[in-house]
Design a protein around this ligand. Sequence first.
Ligand code: BGC
Length: 343
Amino acid sequence: MKPMRIFYAALIFIFGIIASSCDTIIVNADEDTKTVAICFPNTTPSWQRNGDALKKLLEEENFVVDMKFSDTVEKQQADVEEVIKHRPKCIVIGAIDSAAFVDTLKPAKDLKIPVIAFDRIIFNTDAVSYYASFDNDSIGDGMGEYFEAALNLKSGEGPYNIELFAGGDSDNNAHIFFNNTMKILEPYFNSGQLVCKSGQKTFADACVADWNSENARPRIKELLTKYYAEDTLNVVLSPNDEIAGVILEEFAAAGKPFPIISGLDGDPKAFERIRQGQQTFTISKDPDVLTAKCVRMIKAVVEGTQPDINDVSTYDNGVIVVPAYLCTPMIIDKTNVDMVKNQ
Ligand code: BGC
């Protein structure tokens, strides 16, 4: 071999050693460190609040946090693939699309990395170890029951005009919330106490793509001009606070009296709107409550012990029934808004 070729071959050999030892260093470092990967959407401020709260608590427990926020399903799948390569002790996922992780999570299962589904269940995979969330059924029920009481529907009052909004189609929670609320409201549609003048009553009619509140704007504008130019829209089912904010902006822009309207999350802006008499209520999902439960779950799986769970039957993901801890949400309206802290 000519001297120059020997020089290049030696260089390639040395780089090869450095590259392979770098790989080893990454894996070894993570083996010694208690790294937890968090892959969340950045679609609404509530995810940012939950992510920040979780990170803070984990760092207080001496975990190293590898935090990823993403706004598309593809980016989130890439995030999860990336974090798996670094072999964290646990991966916490707030899924943008509940059904998009079947293949992505196979390597996590092979490497025995525990996966916790946060707030949203993950479907069709046995790679999910646990689910930490709020009681989603009770959120949907809570919205229906609040309307039922506020409108005195049980005493036969009405008719009231109502329009319906639901969350994003690819999120299982959105379906639970809407179906549970509708189960409670359906008898009142049948009795004529609730009237949906647009006739847009199915989930497909009502859903707001990707939970993106701006996607609700054109529809509420159109509903107000087309069906309520001369009439009052008394009630609006809004699946969360962000969307309620946009709906109320359009009521204000159209010069319409604010409706009885729901919300979800306990967004500080929603508390403010409740104080000002604009939003009727929100169902608060205190990030401190859920993240504290989730951190206990993470510690248990990392230490190889049994985490605290309170539900072993509700969340059949199509392959396994995922053991869950479901926290209790809280209804906040003008009667108790001053007792809550701004989250
Ligand atoms: C959560 C809601 C949240 C929504 C949009 C749902 O899965 O349960 O709390 O407002 O996603 O991020």
